[in-house]
Design a protein around this ligand. Structure first.
Ligand code: HEM
Length: 288
């Protein structure tokens, strides 16, 4: 009854963002990588890759937030103690990639695109930064908590929470209450209808950047035959080789499966060659 008409956005920015991103949220949940994750089908390699991307994304997001912490277009949403993930992700990187993690963490093409957009927004259109903070932090405080439990079980991680610091918000007692506070702060931001429209569009872009990231990671995993065996033992056994493969940019590794499939079929080539030889000899005898 009091729902807004389809061509107008709800009054509150928090409601407008929720409404505008409903469809892309469903799309994100249904991305193959996320679908598999929800089924508990996540491997160490896949998890390491997605965490590495998130590391780069949060470094950029929080750098831009720091840049704009006193700017009235963002200031009410500045909650570094409660929300910021960089330190947690650095801990996770050390757990997953070892002491030299800084040189070892992969930086894929889709991650770069996401980082580029965050930097552009923070530097040139800071009024849109709210869209990116909303998309990531409210997501982490919602579905992110489910993903944490799934990862802990699927990857057989210690109950101490090692490797999952990203998903833990020690300075937030109630995620539900904090999300309410965050929404009410979003609703205090003053913006013209034109800016509101651009903010909701930017939130959709933020979701799409996340979806592209999942699609790219899934493609990388599909190209890796080792990733078809999700046991923990395999994950550990291949730690060194996967570290090497982790740093291959997406574009470089594209196209390799076809080549490797062909090189794995020498038997077929031999059978074909032999058949041709036999047929030729038989025809020779027949001609005699
Ligand atoms: C397996 C994947 C996902 C699951 C299961 C999931 C689940 C959920 C759930 C249960 C909520 C709470 C809805 C509510 O309180 O009304 C939520 C909210 C949210 N999620 Fe997700 N989500 C997933 C992926 C994502 C992704 C990839 C993003 C963005 C990067 C995202 C961003 C958000 C945001 C921004 C909200 C807050 C919506 C609002 O209250 O305005 N989610 N999600």
């Amino acid at each position: 009854m009091d729902r807004p008409q389809s061509d107008s956005l709800p009054q509150d920015l928090s409601e407008a963002l929720k409404e505008a991103t409903k469809e892309v949220h469903a799309q994100a949940e249904n991305a193959e990588f996320m679908r598999n994750f929800q089924r508990g089908q996540v491997t160490r390699k896949g998890f390491k890759l997605v965490m590495a991307s998130l590391y780069h994304v949060y470094v950029a997001l929080e750098e831009e937030i720091e840049r704009n912490k006193d700017n009235p277009v963002f200031a009410p949403l500045y909650f570094p103690e409660e929300l910021h993930r960089r330190a947690a992700l650095e801990e996770d990187m050390a757990f997953w990639y070892g002491p030299s993690w800084l040189e070892a963490v992969p930086y894929t093409a889709a991650t770069r695109r996401y980082v580029d957009r965050l930097q552009q927004v923070g530097r040139r259109e800071p009024e849109l930064l709210v869209a990116h903070a909303y998309t990531r932090y409210l997501g982490d405080l919602s579905g992110g908590q489910v993903l944490k439990k799934i990862a802990q079980k699927a990857l057989d991680l210690p109950s101490s929470g090692e490797g999952l610091a990203f998903f833990t918000f020690p300075n937030i007692d109630s995620a539900t209450k904090f999300k309410q506070l965050y929404r009410s702060r979003m609703n205090t931001l003053e913006m013209t209808p034109e800016v509101r429209q651009r903010v909701t569009e930017e939130a959709k872009t933020a979701f799409l950047l996340n979806i592209q990231l999942f699609e790219e990671l899934q493609e990388l995993l599909n190209q890796d035959p080792e990733d078809q065996h999700p046991s923990q033992a395999a994950g550990l056994r291949h730690r060194v080789s996967s570290r090497l493969q982790d740093s291959i940019p997406a574009e470089q590794s594209r196209g390799t499966p076809l080549l490797s499939n062909l090189s794995q079929m020498p038997l077929i080539r031999w059978v074909l060659t032999l058949s041709v030889v036999v047929a030729t000899v038989a025809m020779g005898f027949y001609a005699l």
